[in-house]
Design a protein around this ligand. Structure first.
Ligand code: SF4
Length: 350
């Protein structure tokens, strides 16, 4: 069975021709699949009956099964545990920030990189997701959103997904081809029409992948999870640093920013006593002095496999203020969905 969600608009047109249909149906089919979120070919009434029958017979449109859903008390964060055809489960999160809905998508079932504070890393790796499984998460949350806003807003404009972050389960650059193909599909104007810059790909520092993003001039924004500004501390928190050491990572980041003229968002999970002091902030500022950068300070999500504590509010403020003094733009990630274990991997482990 073909997974239609893995096809770009051009591939969809080619598939139509191959099956004896006019490629002109591709645009309407894209609308059904992505904008309307139709998961049953019988509802695609603008398509010829023979095409609907072919879609029903040869493809599948619902690769994800909702296993569990949690909604934060403030209603701004929804987390979905989704089942795949082979029994694996992944997490997808929908969040509202500053009036826009953002989806946090998974790229792998589990993760092989084992960052010590991450629930997904603690649970190990199972497999890469396919392009269709990545795209289907975006379609799933967009469909959920449009159903919800149709019910909730009494005549207001229907809301849709505007931003995607590849920060769910898995390391996206270890599943490069599938992730990049999925970004192509969700950016297509006939489909979800998400702008390339509205997609942020977050990596823990897979150096060859960062260089490849630069060489291919991929339109997404890049976030790098740093968490420590020297090799020894970083290798303790992020075992992948033993494969791609800090100096090689920074070289790749310089290459990326030079090639593309874009800055990088560096993520820093603040852990009490481990990376939250003024000295840590100074070390970070010095490390990033020649790279166009912004730092995103992230409060630690507690997990059972890591005994670190989140940095205090005072430490967070002091850390950010120090970076500001050195001229580094800083943002502090809002804590979202704490009441629904919205940290990566927490719902699946539960
Ligand atoms: S933080 Fe990301 S890269 Fe690290 S273990 Fe978790 S999912 Fe993998």
């Amino acid at each position: 069975m073909l997974d239609l969600y893995r096809l770009s608009a051009a591939q969809l047109a080619a598939w139509l021709i191959e099956h004896g249909f006019a490629p002109v149906h591709a645009a309407r089919l894209m609308r059904y699949l992505y904008r309307d979120g139709v998961a049953d070919a019988a509802e695609m009434t603008d398509l010829p009956p023979r095409l609907r029958a072919t879609i029903q017979r040869d493809t599948h449109l619902s690769p994800l099964k909702l296993m569990r859903q949690t909604v934060s008390a403030d209603g701004l964060t929804r987390k979905f545990l989704l089942g795949l055809h082979d029994g694996e489960t992944i997490e997808t999160v929908l969040m509202r920030y500053e009036g826009r809905w953002t989806a946090c998508l998974s790229s792998q079932a589990g993760c092989p990189l084992g960052c010590v504070f991450c629930a997904t890393g603690q649970a190990g790796f199972r497999r890469n997701l396919t392009t269709g499984e990545i795209v289907a998460q975006a379609v799933f949350v967009n469909r959920t959103l449009s159903k919800q806003t149709r019910v909730d807003t009494r005549g207001q404009r229907r809301e849709s997904l505007r931003n995607i972050v590849m920060m769910g389960m898995g390391e996206p650059l270890l599943n490069y081809d599938a992730v990049v193909a999925a970004m192509d599909v969700v950016c297509d104007r006939a489909g979800l029409a998400i702008g390339g810059k509205q997609i942020t790909l977050s990596t823990v520092g897979v150096v060859p992948g960062i260089r490849r993003l630069a060489d291919e001039r991929q339109p997404c924004s890049l976030a790098v999870s740093l968490h420590a500004a020297n090799q020894t501390d970083r290798a303790r928190l992020v075992p992948a640093a033993r494969i791609w050491p800090l100096d090689e990572l920074l070289d790749a980041c310089r290459y990326y920013t030079t090639q593309l003229g874009r800055r990088i968002l560096f993520e820093w999970t603040l852990i009490a006593g481990q990376n939250d002091s003024v000295d840590h902030a100074r070390e970070l500022a010095s490390l990033l002095q020649d790279i166009p950068a912004q730092v995103n300070v992230i409060p630690l999500n507690l997990t059972s496999g890591f005994d670190g504590e989140p940095g205090s509010h005072a430490a967070r403020e002091q850390f950010s203020a120090t970076l500001h003094e050195y001229g580094l733009p800083v943002s502090i990630r809002q804590r979202r969905g704490l009441d629904i274990t919205a940290g990566c991997g927490q719902l699946a482990n539960a």
